[in-house]
Design a protein around this ligand. Structure first.
Ligand code: F6R
Length: 366
């Protein structure tokens, strides 16, 4: 049942080239520059005139929501707010009939996310769901939705469901952009053609497994770890930190790299590994100066870099390469080495990777 892998988590990490392909199947038409999302088709007209999108979710799904915020604002030019379902439901949020709420949930059963949906629905919003488990409670509560089709996720720590959520959000961002006319067909052709090949790039990212294992060996005895990124690398950093803390029980924090000097920098010494998302994109130069700041304080730097990088390699203690990609698709690829890093560290520390202590696969009580 684990398909020759030692744990479900590892199997599910390796399934990602396939699960992302399954998620995109029948939804993208690269030659025509077209995205089709049958699940939300009846709202195609409405999407032309919405004021705002509110994304509600918990945990890893909330991190996917943050990636969605970057993509929707960038391409569809619709303001997006990303909320923890548990906070949103107990505030008195301002919601109108012109709002679209997107609820993201792997299990489709998370209590706080369900309550947030119910509240937004009562106040007249249109609710879309992004779920993995077909026929679960959340897909039944929403007006429309798009399934992630990642297949059953057994490992408690979410891996392939996260990248499938990000894939759906990418498709939604392009779909909304297409409806609103904020993107040209030629741009969509270019983006969808690249997206179509992302599964192969994820395959390449998986090939760094042996190197990642070596890095894991070097930092496995740490008591703390920082994850830093900018732009859409920031939610990737948050997700990397959550994965590490939940399965290895090492205290980890994700931060926007620039926030480091507003507090976390005080923690840095030779005992502190700092994982940077340092790929070549619009924030590359800024991230490099953040790496310098960590090195100046003797922190141990592990960097996720673009293949062929030379700048970061001069400074970092360990570099893990990933294939180059448009910034829009970076989270899909950069997440892979972080999943593997957490996995190996947890195995080396003798942790129960598939069923970490105190955690459950679906959180049906608030
Ligand atoms: C972390 C993890 C949790 C879930 C969260 C929401 O690896 O799995 O943080 O993401 O409990 O669950 P869903 O997506 O089922 O609503």
């Amino acid at each position: 049942e684990k398909g020759g892998f030692d744990h479900f988590m590892l199997k599910e990490i390796y399934e990602q080239p396939r699960s992302i392909k399954d998620c995109m199947r029948g939804r993208i038409y690269p030659e025509e520059g077209k995205v089709q999302l049958g699940g939300i088709k009846e709202f195609a007209e409405k999407l032309k005139n919405i004021d705002r999108i509110i994304i509600v979710a918990c945990g890893t799904s909330w991190h996917a929501g943050l990636v969605g915020e970057y993509l929707i604002e960038e391409y569809a030019r619709i303001p997006v707010e990303v909320e923890y379902a548990s906070e949103f439901r107990y505030r008195n949020p301002i919601i109108t009939e012109k709002d679209v709420v997107i609820a993201i949930s792997q299990s489709g059963e998370t209590a706080d996310t369900m309550a947030a949906i119910e509240m937004a629905k009562e106040r007249g919003a249109t609710i879309f769901g992004i779920c993995n488990v077909a026929g679960a409670s959340i897909p039944r509560l929403t007006h429309a939705g798009v399934y992630t089709h990642a297949g059953p996720e057994i490992g408690v720590a979410s891996t392939k469901a996260f990248t499938a959520q990000v894939t759906v959000l990418t498709l939604m961002a392009f779909y909304m952009a297409q409806q609103k006319g904020t993107i040209t067909t030629s741009k969509l052709i270019e983006l969808l053609t690249e997206l179509d090949h992302i599964p192969e790039k994820i395959q390449v990212a998986l090939e760094s497994n042996d190197l990642i294992k070596e890095v894991a060996e070097k930092i496995k005895d740490s008591t703390n770890c920082l994850f830093l990124g900018r732009g859409s690398g920031f939610p990737v950093a948050l997700e990397g930190a959550l994965k590490l803390k939940e399965i290895s029980y090492i205290h980890a924090e994700g931060y926007p790299a620039a926030e480091m000097k507003h507090g976390p920098i005080a923690l840095i010494d030779e005992e502190m590994p700092v994982v940077f998302i340092a790929t070549q994109n619009s924030s590359y130069e800024k991230v490099i100066s953040n790496i310098q700041e960590v090195k100046a304080r003797k922190g141990k730097v592990i960097a996720i870099v673009t293949q062929g990088d030379t700048e970061v390699k001069k400074m970092a203690d360990y570099c893990i390469e990933i294939p180059d990609a448009n910034e829009a698709f970076l989270p899909l690829i950069a997440t892979i080495p972080l999943q593997l890093l957490s996995y190996h560290i947890a195995v080396m520390r003798g942790c129960n990777v598939d069923q970490p202590r105190n955690l459950a696969k679906s959180v049906t009580v608030e």
